[in-house]
Ligand binder design. Structure first.
Ligand SMILES: [Zn+2]
Ligand SMILES: [Zn+2]
Length: 165
């Protein structure tokens, strides 16, 4: 006969989880549940909290990525926060952050990603921004381009291949 260590009452046969019996932590099933509920409340664990925390985490990392990108754009644009405008597409400086990208000046983006990650991994802009930060934002290799200018550059660089002309 065992007595519950939480409520002090006798534990009837079967009213204890086998693992507790083995560990000689004598608890009613009900008292056991109460313990884990209290623990969940105290530690902020549990599904609801998990979802809330992971949302917060995603939010934080998104903000961190955004900050990294803003810093890269600031550095590479000499503080203008604008597209480098190599084809005179913009009369006014183009500064919409949503459409600004970090461009590899010598079109070696794929090779660069391969060097950095061992594969030509797309969607690696956060890593590139981090790499830029670590390496002092080399302006001879990178510039800020908007998608519009990025696209024109792509077409221009394909000239001669007969693909886009
Ligand atoms: Zn109990
Ligand atoms: Zn542009």
């Amino acid at each position: 006969m065992q007595v519950c260590i939480d409520c002090g009452k006798v534990i009837e046969e079967g009213d204890i989880y086998p693992s507790r019996l083995e560990a000689q932590t004598y608890l009613h099933k009900a008292c056991d549940k109460k313990r884990s509920t209290n623990w969940q409340r105290k530690t902020g664990w549990g599904k609801k909290n998990y979802v809330r925390n992971s949302k917060k985490l995603t939010e934080n990392s998104r903000r961190y990525q955004q900050r990294l990108k803003i810093e890269a754009v600031r550095q590479l644009s000499n503080g203008t926060m604008a597209c480098a405008n190599p084809y005179n597409q913009h009369k006014e400086p183009y500064t919409d952050m949503r459409a600004l990208t970090i461009d590899h000046i010598n079109n070696d983006g794929a090779a660069f990603r391969k060097r950095l990650f061992g594969s030509n991994q797309r969607g690696a802009s956060t890593y590139i921004c981090r790499w830029l930060k670590k390496n002092g934002y080399p302006k001879d290799q990178f510039q800020v381009l908007c998608w519009n200018c990025q696209w024109i550059k792509r077409i221009e660089s394909l000239k001669g291949d007969g693909k886009f002309n």
